[in-house]
Write a protein that binds this ligand. Sequence first.
Ligand code: GLY
Ligand code: MN
Ligand code: MN
Length: 454
Amino acid sequence: MIDVSELQQRRAAFMASMVPGSIAIFPAAKEVIRSRDTHFPFRQDSDFFYLTGINEPDGLLILAPELEQTEILFVLPKDAHEEVWHGRRLGCLQAGHDSGIQVCYENSKVAEQLPQLIDGHSDLYIAFDQFPEFEAELQLMLRKLRAAPKRTKTAPERLHDPRAQLHQLRLIKGPAEQQLMRQAAEISMAGHRRALNFVRPGVFEYQVAAELEHEFVTRGAAGSAYASICGGGNNACILHYTANSDVLHDGDLILIDAGAEYQGYAGDITRTFPVNGKFTPAQREVYELVLAAQLAAMAELRPGSNIPRAQDACIDVLTEGLIKLGILTGEFKQHREALSCRQFYIHGLSHWLGLDVHDVGAYQQDGAPMPLVPGMVLTVEPGLYFASDDERVPPRYRGMGVRIEDDVLITEKGHENLTAGVPKSVEGIEALMAQAQRTRKSAKAQNREPQHAQ
Ligand code: GLY
Ligand code: MN
Ligand code: MN
C-alpha cells in the first residue's frame, strides 16, 4: 500500500502544475457489464488510483488549489442492502482516512455540489474522451452555469487535459512504487518458473496459462496484468495470441508472455523455451541471437541514455546475426540502413511499465528521445518471428517465434533487472526443465503427485 503522505504529495505535485484559476476533475472507473447481471472484474482507473489509492467504482476526485478546501472526494455511500449483495464499501469516513482527503461526500451529492465547486473557475481539467458518460453530465452542468440568470455564475472558459502533466509524474516511480513493482515482478517470475516446471509435450496451452495464473493469484496478485500469451510452435508468430487453445508438440518452442498485477502494478515477462526441455540446434541459433540482442539493448540502459539508443544496439546485433544465419544475404551496412531485420522483428523494443502494462508517460521531450532517469521502469523485449509458411527463411527456422522480455528499473548507477530470477540462458532453461522432468519421473515411480518446484 502507498502511504497517505505519498498520495498527498502526488496531489500536491499535480496541483502545483495547474494553471491559475483552475479546478481539476478525476473520475473513478465504473463497473462494466459482462453479460446479464454479471460484471467484468472491477479495475480502477489508473490515474484516479494514483491520486487517491481508492479502489472503488463511481468516485470523483476534485483538486482546486484556489478553494479553501483544495481536495474533495466523492465516493459510494454506505448501504447495508448493496453491501450484503455486492461487497463492503469504504464510505466517506474510511475513504477520507485512506486517501488523506479531508472533505468527502457521498457521490449522490455530485449533481448538487459539483456546479458550485466549478463556479468561478476560469479553467477546468478533465481527461478528454475518457469518461463519455461523465463528460455528458459535465457539459450539462457547464451549460447551466453559463445560462445562470443575470450571469450570477461563471463557467470555465478553457478546458485542459490533465494527462500530460499527471503522466509525467507517473513516469518516475518513487521508492514505495519501486517496491510494489519488485513484488509484481517476483510474483510474475514465480508464475514463469512454475510454467517452466510444468510444460511438456501433450499439455495444452490453456493449461500452461492456468498454471501461471494460479501462481499469480496464490501469491496475492489480483490476477494477470493482461491476457496471458502461451503460444506453442507457429502460434508464437501471432503477437497477441491469447486463444491458448492448442496442444504443445514435442520439438516445438513455446513463447509465454504473462505478468501479474499486484496492488495495481504490472509485471510483464516473456520467456521462450523448448516444449521437451531441449533446444534443437536451429532453435538454439535463433534463441541465442535474440538473447544477445536483448543483452546488448539492456547494456545501454542507464541515466542519460534513451530507448532509441538501446534499440540501435539491438538492431545491430539482430542484423549481424540474421546475416550469419543466412536469413539475410548481403552486406551488413546495406541491411542495417534498410532496417532489414524489421521484417522479422516486427514490434517495439520497450515500453514504460507501471500501473498500466503499457504505462503512461511521453517517449519524447522537446523533440528528442526521453532521457532515462532513475525511477523509470521499462521493458526490454526483442523478438524474431519465422512463421511456418515464411519462404524468406530457410526451412529449418520456420514455425518458431522467439521473444525474451524483462522489466528494468533505471537506478543512479545504471539499471536493475527486476525479472532476472527466471532463467533465460539456454543452459539455465535446460537445467531447470531437466530437473522438473526428473521430479516428475520419480513422483510417477512413487505414484504421487509432483510438487511444483519454486
Ligand atoms: N505483454 C504485452 C507486451 O509485452 O507489451
Ligand atoms: Mn511488454
Ligand atoms: Mn509482454
